[in-house]
Design a protein around this ligand. Structure first.
Ligand code: GLN
Length: 504
């Protein structure tokens, strides 16, 4: 039998391994081969972990041979954003600051994927410390978009999205502070979910903005993302993360629920936002049509304070980043400049050498925003805006079960195209407010844009902790598009589909 690994979803791999159609070791080898042959072009990985992958796969095969019942994702290869600790790997955050940092323990999210039987194939590239929307701020190298390697994969979890889109892993984990799962998912044509804030533990994930950060999965189908969500929440709240909450592992069980009679909000004004590419607006309309055809009622809603979201985020995010990143001083953590006569100089020089431009920009902004006489003007105002935006969503969710909107205003852009940081910040218009309020959001591929020929996507946002229901709407979009011959469910970028990574 010869089957391309990259044509298999996580659900298919787990069931094939459980029934003995192929072994977990065969799947792991195929994934490692796919990385060998494709990653020279994509550069999604900062570190590949063949020993860890084969050891995990051998354990799965041994358990099956012993007649044990296998966990739900047994043998499924997954990639891990490099801001998540996994013992036996470095956790670099794509920064010189942590270039040699060995994970001292394993993050809860990674541990739970391992407990579900997943096989870790490597650590994925990202924007340095997760600051960015293109993975261009990685200190090590950029990552190419598998649909067009001259374009960015989005960011900050660009490596995680690209690994799945290129068929080098069936699942991956990312983190989303202002859109970093949903936007790269949109640009790479895969499904990406930011769960409600607190649904997934952040323990062992290097913090950016602690009130905004949330871990979530990428997959090539909504069902795969549902399976990963079940794994991530299994075991309930995490004693090591005070903000984590117990969530029922019923994502897969509800993913195909009938959505007829459900109500989904649409925001006509948002669809006229400057900078929104017509092909992206059209993608959102197609998603709306797919829902309507399945008996979903579309209802116009209004989020009047959304305008303030980017400004509020670029006060709250940098302020939190400034305090979180103070620990990287060459003493407690991080690169240490040799030969300095005193601690102050050592800290200053270590930070100057260890951080790249965007990380410095964010921390300088945060330091300024929190300085006396300034914070009441900006930080307080941002917190007030946060409350107003949260009230907008609350009142909209009094009338609808989910809200449909764009993810990224455009398809994948070229390297260097958004070189002005402010322009890059503005590209987060549709994702940022969801982190500000904490609700769940998911990006669903709609197809290839008529103008760019690149993946375009739609975003669904749910009520807080109604993430399983949210995924059932996402699945309805995927299902509706598939029956109309659209969508990208299960698709590997054509440059790579079916090339290498065979199961023997
Ligand atoms: N692009 C946003 C930023 O640069 C979001 C990043 C993220 O979600 N980590 O801050």
């Amino acid at each position: 039998m010869s089957e391309n690994l990259d044509s298999l979803t996580a659900a298919q791999i787990a069931s094939g391994v459980a029934s003995g159609d192929f072994s977990a070791v065969e799947v792991a080898r195929a994934a490692l081969d796919a990385i060998d042959s494709r990653d020279a072009q994509v550069r999604a990985f900062l570190q590949v972990t063949p020993e860890l992958a084969l050891a995990a796969a051998e354990e799965v095969d041994a358990r099956r041979a012993a007649g044990e019942e296998l966990p739900p994702l047994a043998g499924v290869p997954f990639a891990i954003k490099d801001n998540m600790n996994l013992v036996g790997t470095r956790t670099t955050c794509a920064s010189r600051m942590l270039e040699t940092y060995e994970s001292p323990y394993t993050a809860t999210c990674v541990r739970r994927m391992l407990d579900a039987g997943c096989v870790p194939v490597g650590k994925a590239n990202m924007d340095e410390f997760a600051f960015g929307s293109s993975t261009e701020s990685s200190a090590f190298h950029p990552t190419g978009n598998p649909w067009d390697p001259d374009r960015v994969p989005g960011g900050s979890s660009g490596g995680s999205a690209a690994a799945v889109a290129a068929g080098m892993a069936a699942l991956s984990l990312g983190s989303d502070t202002g859109g970093s799962i949903r936007q790269p998912a949109a640009l790479c044509g895969v499904v990406g979910m930011k769960p409600s804030y607190g649904a997934v533990s952040r323990y062992g994930v290097v913090a950016f903005g602690s009130s905004l950060d949330q871990v979530g999965p990428f997959g090539r189908t909504v069902e795969d993302v549902a399976l990963a969500m079940d794994a991530l929440v299994a075991g309930g709240s995490d004693a090591f993360d005070g903000t984590s909450r117990a969530v029922e592992a019923s994502f897969r069980a509800h993913v195909n629920d009938d959505v007829a009679g459900g109500r989904v909000g649409v925001i006509p004004e948002l669809m006229r936002a400057p900078g929104l590419a017509p092909e992206v607006a059209r993608a959102v309309e197609e998603a709306a049509d797919a829902l309507a055809a399945q008996g979903v009622e579309l209802i116009e809603v209004d989020l009047p304070h959304l305008d303030a979201a980017i400004a509020a985020y670029y006060a709250i995010g940098p302020a939190e980043a400034f305090s979180n990143l103070a620990r990287f001083d060459g003493v407690r953590y991080g690169y240490r400049e040799p030969g300095c006569p005193n601690l102050a100089e050592q800290s200053a020089k270590s930070r100057a050498r260890g951080f790249g431009a965007e990380a410095k920009r964010r921390q300088m902004l945060g330091a300024y925003l929190l300085s006396s006489g300034v914070y009441d003007k900006y930080y307080y105002a941002a917190q007030k805006a946060r409350t107003l935006i949260a009230r907008d969503y609350e009142s909209a969710f009094g009338r609808v079960d989910a809200i449909l909107m764009p993810v990224s205003p455009t398809a994948a852009f070229k390297f260097g195209e958004l070189s002005d940081p402010t322009q890059m910040y503005l590209s987060d218009l549709f994702t940022i407010s969801i982190n500000i309020v904490g609700n769940g959001g998911v990006s669903v591929p709609v197809g290839l844009g008529a103008d760019s020929g690149l993946p375009v996507a739609a975003q669904l946002v749910g009520r807080p902790f109604d993430d399983a229901r949210l995924l059932s709407f996402a699945r309805a979009v995927e299902r509706g598009l598939a029956s109309a011959g659209r969508g990208l469910a299960g698709a590997v970028a054509p440059l790579f589909a079916g090339k290498g990574g065979d199961l023997a």
